[in-house]
Every structure is written in C-alpha cells, then in structure tokens.
Ligand binder design. Structure first.
Ligand SMILES: C[S@@+](CC[C@H](N)C(=O)[O-])C[C@H]1O[C@@H](n2cnc3c(N)ncnc32)[C@H](O)[C@@H]1O
Length: 265
C-alpha cells in the first residue's frame, strides 16, 4: 500500500511539474523595479549536444570578453530627454558596466565591423542612441509597435532621424506578410538585436521566419543578439536554436544576452 501511494505521489508530482513548466514557457512572472533588484521566474533546460561549437564562434566570444573593458573606457552614455524628473531613472541603465547590454552592443559592432543594424524593440531609444553616439554605423532599422516619440522621455531626437542613419518602422515582424515586406532590410543587416515583447509567440514566430530566411538567402555572416533568454518564456526557444550560440554572462544583460552566429560564408 505504502509503495503504491509513493508511486501515485511521484506521478502526481511529475504531472504537476510538467503543467507548471508548460505554463511558465508561455507566461512570465516578474517583480520589476528600477533599482537593481528585479526578480524573474526562470527555467533550466539541460544541454544535450555532443559536438563542440564552431571555432570562429569561439574566437568571436573570446574577442568580446577581451575587448569589453577596453571599449568601456571610451563609452559615451547618452541621457534621457524629458521634462519629467522621474524619467531620469532610465539613465542609470546606461551607467551599468555589468548586467546590461549597452556596452556589449558596441563591442560586438566593433568586432564584426557592422555596417547595418536591425533592432526589434526601440522603446525609448536607449540602445539605438548608444549606437549613434558610440559607433559609425551606416544604418539602423528599428522596429516597435509604439513610436519612439510617444514616450514621456526618450533618448532619441528628431535630428537623429534627419541624418537618415536611423529609421523606425511601426510593424510586427512576426507576421508573415510584414516579414516579407522587410526582406531587403533583414538581408542587409549584419547584426540583429532582438529585444521585443518576450511573450513567446512573437519570438517563436519571428525566429522561425528569420532562421529559415537567412539559411536560404543570406551569403556571409549574421550575428544575432537575443535578449532575455533566461526568462521563462524564452528558455525553451533558446534551447531550440540550432546554430552556434552562447549566453554572454558578465558582459550581457542579467536576464540573459544570447549570442547566435549564422554563418553562410
Ligand atoms: C525591452 S523594450 C526594448 C528596449 C531597447 N531595445 C533598449 O535596449 O533600450 C521592448 C520593446 O518591444 C516593443 N515591442 C512589443 N511587441 C513588439 C513587436 N511585436 N514588434 C516590435 N517591438 C515590439 C515594446 O513596445 C517595447 O518598446
């Protein structure tokens, strides 16, 4: 009897855990604040690959860690533009030397000598402005569902757009027709930064289109930085990516900056 009850207990526990994990794959639970003690519910998935990653990729990772603190010395921190004093809170993210991705973006751009950068998630323009102020980029295409100037405070200014170096597109690249509309912009970008909703559906759909498109049409190398890969809604997606990949701890975002290389050279 005791043995049967134990077995039932184990089955119920497994059933319960599978349901909890399936739920966490789709829904995010977080306590966020602006003062460095945000908390997120995450998931751990076992790595199961038997082969070593690409040598070129290892060299890229080494170079990122070698150059990061050197690049930091000349890093220019943009400031938020707002008439509201409490909006200044956004400035502190750019001051962080670890646990954020702003300096990392510049280090990667410099190493790969990027010309064209594509971003999902403009938000208040912090990442885009960091690039405009720290790197001679030729073109930034940044996507969001909310225009950059609809926030109370932003890092971007009208004059940033007048130079033609940056364009914002209010469009959802997880929709097939929209993705097809931007084939050229995607193809031309050597660095793609994905920092959108992290609601599982967007990332799953967009990455499916992106990997399929790059594998079939891109010549040369594309570097992808996928943000927040440690969030519960991103862990399964991260695990499913079948390209050289690594989470850049220390130099990346505390919530997981996932670096991916697609090399068709
Ligand atoms: C975390 S913020 C981006 C932060 C910014 N990249 C930075 O580093 O400063 C995420 C942004 O994704 C945007 N977003 C949500 N759904 C989106 C979608 N389907 N396509 C593009 N952007 C989306 C949100 O409106 C929000 O502004």
């Amino acid at each position: 009897m005791k043995h049967i009850l134990k077995k039932i207990g184990r089955i119920l526990k497994k059933f319960f855990l599978i349901n909890v994990i399936n739920h966490l794959n789709k829904y995010r639970y977080a306590v966020n604040n602006h003062y460095g003690s945000s908390k997120e519910v995450s998931l751990l998935y076992e790595e199961y690959k038997t082969e070593l990653n690409d040598q070129k990729f290892f060299e890229l990772i080494s170079e990122i860690y070698r150059n990061y603190s050197i690049d930091d010395k000349s890093f220019v921190e943009p400031r938020i533009i707002s008439k509201y004093n409490d909006e200044k809170v956004w400035d502190q993210y750019l001051k962080r030397k670890t646990g954020e991705h702003y300096r990392l973006l510049i280090t990667i751009l410099k190493i790969i000598k990027s010309k064209k950068f594509l971003e999902i998630g403009t938000f208040r323009g912090a990442s885009a402005k960091v690039i405009l102020e720290n790197y001679p980029i030729e073109k930034i295409h940044t996507f969001d569902l909310i225009p950059w100037d609809k926030f109370d405070g932003t890092f971007l200014e009208k004059r940033d757009f007048e130079t033609g170096k940056i364009s914002q597109h209010i469009d959802d690249l997880s929709k097939k027709r929209v993705f097809e509309k931007y084939h050229q912009e995607i193809l031309e970008s050597d660095f793609i930064f994905i920092d959108g909703p992290k609601n599982y559906n967007f990332e799953k759909q967009f990455l499916k289109y992106l990997f399929n498109f790059l594998e079939n049409h891109k010549k040369g190398m594309t570097i992808i930085l996928l943000d927040d890969v440690k969030l519960s809604t991103m862990c399964q997606i991260w695990r499913s990516i079948d390209h050289p990949k690594v989470i850049l701890d220390l130099v990346g975002h505390w919530s997981g900056s996932g670096l991916i290389m697609i090399d068709n050279s």
